[in-house]
Ligand binder design. Structure first.
Ligand SMILES: [Zn+2]
Ligand SMILES: [Zn+2]
Length: 179
């Protein structure tokens, strides 16, 4: 996830280069993201390199329904501008007085653009709030705590009042006809 952008920095504004990330791996917070893949476009703007990428990755978490380990496929549209330490390569106009570089978005003195940290942040933000192990995970029975993916328990989770039951059945029918 490191690109040498020396030639792009000295190219015309608007020049672009296609690259890719293949089978990358990063750590962010408590997650390890692996199998990071996707096409990357590097575009020279007037003072930065704009990196645009459609990234897919895989990580492990806990299913919010059944509390078992869940493997999650994450996708993120990555777009960040990276600023070179060697500003003189891009412009003969005087550089603004030492503005602060974001350390995750800096192109170092050897003209290497490393998107690892910024991508780790983007992947963290792309994590679902309620991860699930599979789209039809049945979750845990709230009465006996059995994992309903493994076994069907005999707990009665239907509302006992017949009027509510009728409503619940109506709801189920509506759901079915919508699917
Ligand atoms: Zn689950
Ligand atoms: Zn149960």
């Amino acid at each position: 996830m490191i690109f040498n952008v020396a030639s792009l920095l000295t190219a015309r504004e608007g020049a672009a280069r296609q690259a890719s990330v293949e089978d990358g791996e990063v750590y962010a917070d408590r997650h390890r993201f692996s199998k990071i893949n996707g096409p990357v476009e590097l575009l020279r703007t007037d003072r930065t390199i704009l990196v645009s990428a459609t990234i897919t990755a895989r990580t492990d978490d806990t299913c919010s329904r059944c509390l078992q380990p869940a493997t999650l496929d994450i996708e993120t549209e990555f777009e960040e501008e990276f600023e070179p330490v060697n500003r003189d390569l891009m412009s003969d106009r005087p550089a603004p007085v030492e503005s602060d570089f974001d350390p995750a978005l800096v192109i170092d003195s050897r003209n290497m653009l490393d998107m690892t940290d910024a991508l780790a942040q983007a992947l963290s933000l792309a994590m679902p709030l309620a991860p699930i192990c599979s789209i039809d995970c049945a979750g845990i029975c709230t009465t006996c705590f059995a994992n309903r993916n493994d076994s069907t328990c005999n707990c009665d989770d239907q509302p006992t009042d017949p009027r509510w039951r009728a409503l619940a059945e109506l709801g189920a029918q509506t759901t079915n006809s919508n699917s």
